[in-house]
Design a protein around this ligand. Structure first.
Ligand code: NAP
Length: 481
């Protein structure tokens, strides 16, 4: 069995005490994909110290030179696209088509931020006095801890690591323990592209130990975390005493609103793609469908038919349309929520059970007559379960869209331009989609949630990333003394 290493200060290392954990295939859980180091706190501190030591010279490297390394890494990712995608599918479960799209996204993110090396700029301001140059300069923040979830184990590390590096920061990166292998392939591409030792450190192990050290260590200047609300809240609190800059992107309970004028086939397609695509394991997944009463029966019938027809299986099988849950725990959580929905009085109309034996396969599931206060309408499940909520009219649909603690994405399907624009104004979420699935983002556009989906501090992606990964200094330069 293959043993994988961590990267600390340019050296490929094991845990100092030799401890490891297994990485398994959710479509065939008996298959162990590899052993990864379970680092100690002391090992993690060494990674942070390595990042600190590498910072001055990386920060002083001209930005176009930093960008060139990212560009070369994107070329290597492109060359290895299929290999990375297969690794991703085997460790996380999504279909190969979904995995390929994710790796292409990571490649493009590296390309995009490579260009930032040529674009970084400050501002020159009008001065109050003669003989003074008044300007601002952007500087890297310092050492950044990057902590990521398992569901996009390639794209999310890419959209954090690429801007962190190009803007001159050094990084300690910890992937989720359920999917550490595909992100390692990004790290390898960066090392081969010429990244100097210590600039990027890759550490694996328990969130409560390795992750906690990355959040509390005084030499860390910023923490970029994507994951659950429950962990994110702890990260926020623990980073505060050392005044770290924190970016948190967390869960969602995203609604897709379907108005009575919508094309029914299109509405069903969007619900299926958003709710069952990626096995419902996306922060942007459609987990509530709010449908106008007048068309609800027809919509639910068509949605259930589509759910029942989906082919569930191993993501590497080209016939598969929906892969497994990532782990036994996630599969049990999904099934537990099915029982909760039934006990709350919602009507289970499709799925609700294990799809087949051999892996963590859950059936695409549809509940109808869900009431907004039910737990299946309020809590993030992170599985292929759609809760259909019936709305009296457009205003009622907006009210129900906003009646959750999360605020990540909301979608609407309609041909009524006035209602689409009103929805975009009134939905209390960071991203609105009109006639598109709730999943799917453009890498050049700002991304982040409202309410409990985010710390609401800094957006990610596109030009927004510069705000988190740099600090601004103001210089008053009197040149005529
Ligand atoms: P998670 O359990 O919160 O874990 C996320 C990361 O935090 C993992 O690397 C985890 O390490 C680490 N961690 C755990 N405990 C920690 C601690 N005490 N201190 C520091 N780090 C700690 O989330 P997940 O199950 O991996 O991912 C699913 C969640 O991510 C969902 O809620 C989903 O909505 C959210 N998500 C949000 C977005 C977004 O952009 N808004 C995107 C994707 C996913 P271990 O794996 O070792 O436990």
């Amino acid at each position: 069995m293959q043993t994988f290493y961590n990267l600390i200060g340019g050296e490929w290392v094991t845990a100092s005490n030799g401890a490891v954990f297994e990485n398994r295939n959710p479509a065939a859980p008996q298959e162990v994909l590899g052993l990864f180091p379970r680092l100690t706190r002391e090992d993690t501190r060494r990674a942070i110290e390595a990042a600190r030591a590498a910072f001055p010279s990386w920060a002083a490297t001209p930005p176009p030179q930093r960008g060139a390394i990212l560009f070369e890494a994107s070329r290597l990712i492109d060359q290895r696209l299929e290999n990375i995608a297969v690794t991703l599918t085997r460790e996380e479960g999504k279909t190969l088509a979904e995995a390929r799209a994710e790796v292409r996204r990571a490649r493009d993110i590296f390309r995009y931020y490579a260009g930032e090396g040529w674009r970084m700029s400050g501002t020159v301001l009008p001065s109050n006095i003669q003989g003074e140059l008044l300007y601002t300069r952007r500087e890297p923040l310092g050492v950044i801890s990057i902590i990521t979830p398992w569901n996009f184990p390639v794209a999310i590390p890419a959209w954090k690591i690429a801007p962190a590096l190009v803007y001159g920061n050094t990084v300690v990166f910890k992937p989720a323990s359920l999917a550490p292998q595909s992100s390692l392939m990004l790290v390898e591409a960066l090392v081969e592209a010429g990244l100097p030792p210590g600039v990027l450190n890759y550490v694996t192990g328990s969130g409560g130990e390795v992750g906690d050290e990355m959040v509390t260590h005084p030499e860390v200047n910023g923490v970029s975390f994507t994951g659950s609300y429950q962990v994110g809240v702890q990260v926020y609190q623990k980073a505060a005493p050392t005044m770290k800059r924190v970016q948190l992107e967390m869960g969602g309970k995203n609604a897709l609103v379907i108005l009575a004028d919508a094309d029914l086939n299109k509405a069903v397609q969007l619900a299926v793609r958003g709710g069952f695509g990626l096995t419902g394991q996306a922060c942007t997944a459609t987990s509530r469908v709010i449908v106008e009463e007048r068309i609800a029966d027809a919509f639910v019938t068509a949605l259930c038919e589509a759910a029942n027809n989906l082919v569930v299986g191993d993501g590497l099988d080209p016939r598969t349309e929906m892969g497994p849950a990532v782990s036994r725990e996630q599969m049990e959580t999904d099934l537990q929520y099915v029982r909760i929905g039934q006990s709350e009085g919602a009507k289970l109309l499709a799925g609700g059970d294990i799809a087949k034996q051999g892996g963590y396969f859950v059936q695409p599931t549809v509940f109808d007559h869900v009431e907004p206060e039910m737990r299946i309408a309020q809590e993030e499940i992170f599985g292929p379960i759609i809760a259909v909520i019936r709305a009296k009219n457009f205003d009622d649909a907006i009210e129900k869209t906003n009646a959750v603690s999360y605020g990540l994405v909301a979608g609407i399907v309609t041909n009524d331009l006035q209602k689409a624009i009103t929805f975009a104004e009134q939905a209390d979420v960071g991203v609105v989609k009109v006639n598109e699935p709730t999943t799917g983002l453009a890498l050049q556009a700002p991304f982040g949630g409202f309410k409990c989906s985010s710390a609401n501090t800094f957006k990610e992606q596109g030009q927004s990333a510069v705000e988190f990964y740099t600090r601004t200094k103001t210089v008053y330069l009197g040149y005529r003394t």
